[in-house]
Ligand binder design. Structure first.
Ligand code: 1CP
Length: 340
């Protein structure tokens, strides 16, 4: 079906659009009372992710309630390790926990590559969302970058330093490459199926890019992101590598259309280093804790920095859970009012 609002797709393809498209990372869930009330009736986060009708419903909420220019499918990057044989639990107020983690070669031998069918609930949710959207706005599909997924498979949950995952790169670099390749092949299959189900754009989240050294990033992350990006031919691809300022120049060679910038990144520098790429971002999510005037002023200031360069407005990372939805709306409306 043809898209009625295709600003995101045109901007991703390098067009200077008549106004800047806007959406927020982590816009589905977390901040909306309407999400919280659905969530409260369920056994937990996983029930929501694995029930296509419910996942579809919360995917549509920010489109209808906030007026963003894209939907992003409600899921998690951790469905990939689960489909490979490492299941996760989502502990209330704490985050993900993997009862079994990767420690040895035997653990890795017990993993399997994703064939596709394991994640049918995601594809079904995508089909339902597409049906409901009726081409109103595009739908973004996503996955974690292999390095970020490996972090959780080794660490078993969130961490400030992911030092066990980084230790693994030092002590077991060969095994690390074996797992990274398996995650890459699984992710390719997964993302191809998301596109077949109707995803209009794919974003790859490398949330833990910034904890690697430039040499490690070049060895353990970029080649796998490139393999995934190169395999997606039918829709634009966005790569968001949090904290990877040191790699922006190399990222200009990735087979993707858009690079996401976090709020620490220098926009002027990124514009030069990433000439051929659309840029996405990069308002500090904390700006949304300010009052109306300060949100409007800072959003406008951010937009000015991208003027004349293909741009998709977003925050520099996911919206924080305690952000007031009205403040998110002020941000969205400020972008829509800006003369690009
Ligand atoms: O807009 C959306 O919220 C869409 C759905 C979405 C996305 C894109 C969720 C739902 N998770 C993600 C991606 C994701 N998950 C990332 C990459 C993006 C980023 O860096 O923000 C990462 C690192 C995760 C892993 C994860 N899932 C964490 C972080 C753990 C840590 O400390 O390292 C947590 C807390 C989750 C749980 C989760 N996923 C999504 C939601 C709404 C939640 C909160 C749980 C709940 O509602 O009960």
């Amino acid at each position: 079906m043809e898209l009625k609002n295709d600003l995101l797709i045109r901007a991703a393809k390098g067009e200077l659009t008549e106004r800047t498209p806007v959406w927020l990372m982590r816009q589905a869930g977390r901040i909306l009372p309407e999400y919280k009330s659905i969530r409260a009736k369920l056994s937990g986060f996983k029930e929501l992710v694995e029930t296509p009708e419910l996942a579809a419903e919360v995917t549509l909420q920010p489109v209808n309630l906030l007026g963003v220019d894209a939907a992003i499918i409600f899921s998690d990057i951790l469905v990939i390790p689960e489909a490979m044989g490492l299941s996760y639990e989502m502990i209330e107020k704490k985050g993900p926990h993997f009862p079994k983690t990767l420690k040895s070669e035997a653990d890795i031998k017990s993993l399997h590559k994703v064939e596709g069918g394991e994640l049918n609930y995601v594809y079904e949710a995508i089909r339902l969302v597409k049906k409901e959207l009726k081409g109103h706005v595009p739908l973004i599909g996503f996955a974690g970058a292999p390095w970020t997924i490996l972090c959780y498979m080794i660490e078993g949950g969130g961490s400030k330093t992911f030092s066990n995952a980084r230790k693994f790169l030092i002590q077991e670099s060969k095994l690390a490459h074996t797992v990274l390749s398996m995650i890459t092949d699984s992710t390719i299959k997964y993302l191809h199926n998301q596109v077949l189900a109707g995803a209009n754009l794919i974003q790859i989240f490398d949330s833990w890019a910034g904890i690697l050294s430039p040499d490690q990033y070049r060895e353990f992350s970029l080649p796998y992101i490139e393999k995934i990006s190169k395999s997606i031919l039918d829709v634009p691809v966005t790569v968001f590598a949090k904290g990877a300022y040191f790699a922006l120049k190399e990222m200009s060679n990735l087979s993707c259309n858009t690079i996401g910038l976090d709020w620490n990144m220098d926009v002027n520098e990124a514009r030069v280093l990433l000439k051929g790429k659309t840029l996405q971002g990069n308002l500090d999510p904390c700006v949304l804790y300010g009052d109306r005037d300060s949100i409007e002023i800072k959003t406008k200031k951010m937009l000015e920095k991208f003027k004349g360069h293909p741009h998709i407005a977003n925050l520099g990372h996911g919206v924080y859970p305690d952000t007031h939805p009205d403040h998110v709306k002020i941000f969205i409306e400020a972008v829509k009012a800006f003369k690009a």
